[in-house]
Design a protein around this ligand. Sequence first.
Ligand SMILES: [Fe+2]
Length: 385
Amino acid sequence: MPYYHKLGKVPHKRHTQFRKSDGTLYSEQLFSTEGFSNDYSLLYHCHPPTQIISTDEPINVAPVVAEEKMLKHRSFEGFKIKPEEDYLQSRRAILVNNDCHVVLAAPSESMNGYFFKNADADEMIFVHEGKGVLRTMYGELPFDYGDYLVIPRGTIYQIQFADNHNRLFIVESFSPIRFPKRYLSKYGQLLEHAPYCERDIRAPQNLPSFDEKGDFLIKTKKKGMLYGIHYGHHPFDVVGWDGCCYPFAFSIHDFEPITGRVHQPPPVHQTFEGNNYVVCSFCPRLFDYHPQAVPAPYNHSNIDSDELLYYVDGDFMSRKNVTRGMITLHPGGIPHGPHPGAVEKSIGAKETKELAVMVDTFHPLQLTMEAVMIENPDYTMSWAE
Ligand SMILES: [Fe+2]
């Protein structure tokens, strides 16, 4: 999806002999998430990426749905998800449908002793708290508070956290995560009206190449099962790669909000999209400057989408009792809008410090058991005066 990038050593021509100093060949791998019909990269491994030496019994990690169908406004306390040492165990799917899973995680330890690959879904990991390095077969991506880490499905990775206070908001996307089409030129460059540009997209840097043999466990997720697959060499044995399919980082703080004389609709905040859902970033910005402007959003009837908002930081003028890490879900089918008093209160306000991530899905989301356990039961009636 992003622009062409090259790291490390690659041969002058693709699919030609590329030899190590001992005369043996490097192993070329084509990596794409949509067959041979979309962006791809070519990676050069010290060892073939195919050398499985043993496999473990698979484990079922599919989310357990508690409410498949519902029609009321919901809210969840995301920070009630308990920290877990292990990264994979810390990941709790909260809201799910066939297009994406929304997951919260509070891992307290770096990933040790194994690597992870999501074979089903591209991942968008929003770093609410914590910093560290995302290590991948493409190289390293240092990350910090406010970063979106976008990882194409099939990428092998490991996360190293700087300390044990980490809060992640994750979208697992069963289709490639893309820049919105309308931001792109005919040939894929981000256009002038887009709220970010290529300079804001951070590609992997450094490419430590581990030419090591041994027993390397890659926990691989597919169709709700976690498969332990052991390989006979280190998965980060790439000496070079190039192409347009690779993990990248983008900071929400680099998103340039679009404002106007009157209230701007949510699409101006759009950041990414996948099949049947969009991701938006609500960032600190100046409010509307028409002399009679109403900065609070109007009530709206999202008849064909579920609106999920994840509150990151700052003040949230249109809602009462908002906490950090809270999720609100306004399902398609009933209108929603500012809480009582919020519209009058917003008039005259010059700016907002709100920071939030929105995920709008075009098909309804289902609540998991984990969601039910962290729900604010009073939210549904919180508009009643
Ligand atoms: Fe809304």
